[in-house]
Design a protein around this ligand. Structure first.
Ligand code: RB5
Length: 155
């Protein structure tokens, strides 16, 4: 798969290991930065990755900030993006099985390196179950369409 990866300054320390891992697992990485450990604003990096996922330019994305939360909030503004803030094996796995998450949001401050590796591997390998979950995910997309339509009428 093509995976876009973005980190802010809090994620900078783990970013090269993360990229190496994803490549070692056989995926192509689109690295959007940040390329230095100087303070950067997580919405900018989230927009780079989520924009690519939303436009179908990559299959999925991984975002890392201090908590994983700011990245997730920003990424979920993009149509078709289902960004999940995961903090253990189970949330990483279930976000794929039930929610078809297409962006994994991780906390550099709260998660250890080994746990992150395991979660990333699991998240990349776990399929979406479909079935009743597909109906629910489609309802999320319908919510986006309804909001887009309402805004279209309002402007
Ligand atoms: C940066 O200080 C920090 O706020 C950011 O990395 C992230 O945790 C935001 O949610």
């Amino acid at each position: 798969m093509r995976i876009s990866i973005g980190t802010d300054h809090r994620g900078y320390e783990i970013r090269s290991k993360l990229i190496e891992l994803v490549e070692r697992l056989g995926h192509e990485v689109e690295d959007v930065g940040a390329f230095t450990d100087e303070a950067s604003d997580y919405p900018d990096l989230a927009a780079e990755v989520a924009g690519k996922v939303s436009r179908g330019e990559v299959d999925r994305g991984i975002l890392v900030c201090g908590t994983g939360l700011g990245m997730c909030i920003a990424a979920n503004k993009f149509p078709g993006v289902r960004a999940a803030p995961c903090h253990d094996d189970l949330t990483a796995e279930m976000s794929r099985r039930h929610n078809d998450s297409n962006i994994l949001c991780l906390s550099a401050d709260l998660l250890g390196g080994r746990l992150i590796d395991r979660m990333v591997e699991l998240w990349l390998a776990t399929p979406f179950e479909g079935g009743r979950h597909a109906r629910r995910v489609e309802k999320i997309r319908n919510l986006e369409r309804a909001i887009e339509k309402e805004r279209g009428h309002a402007s």
